[in-house]
Design a protein around this ligand. Sequence first.
Ligand code: DGI
Ligand code: FE
Ligand code: FE
Ligand code: FE
Length: 187
Amino acid sequence: MDREQALEIVEKKIKGPRFQHTLGVVETAIMLSEKYGADKEQAEIAAIFHDYAKLMPISELRDTIIEAKEDERLLLYHPELWHGPAAAYILKNKLSLENEDILNAIRFHTTGRANMSLLEKIIYLADYIEPGRNFPGVEETRELAKNDLNQAVLKAISNTISFLLAKKAAIFPDTFDAYNSFVLNKD
Ligand code: DGI
Ligand code: FE
Ligand code: FE
Ligand code: FE
């Protein structure tokens, strides 16, 4: 599947501002791939599809998580955590996307996880710093992204955890695992 086909499929699912965000993630993921030596085509496909399931109804997302045999603990947490795993399943089973690294970059783009691959880090970070984002701390994360991928991803994860703590939101274990993995392994 090439870029144009992929964009056409995604634009049907997520029109408007959400599609603009996706284009920002694509541009940022390609830039980060060049800087940090990831496969540009893979980063592009993962970025195009990362929010493919973002606007699916919650009931369909829930059914998809169950059908996919994804981690059922997800269902105890905020539905915001469901669109990545659901997209990975649909892309594999209905759109024949086979590359496991691409699928994992999509699956874990909201939470991160321990021992993320280069592609997973790039998609996580691109989602956080794409030009359309303006949450507190994003500028500092963009600066770190210029020279140190791991420090930048760690910053994005730390900011997300602080944000969730301030809201008294439940924090999914993969989010903590991602944080600990960067702090302990300095990877
Ligand atoms: O889909 P996007 O809006 O582009 O971005 P995303 O998939 O990274 O979702 C971001 C949201 O997910 C943001 O509001 C923070 C939230 N989030 C990330 N990790 C956790 C979480 N929410 C909860 N409740 N628990 C988490 O561990
Ligand atoms: Fe997302
Ligand atoms: Fe994100
Ligand atoms: Fe996104």
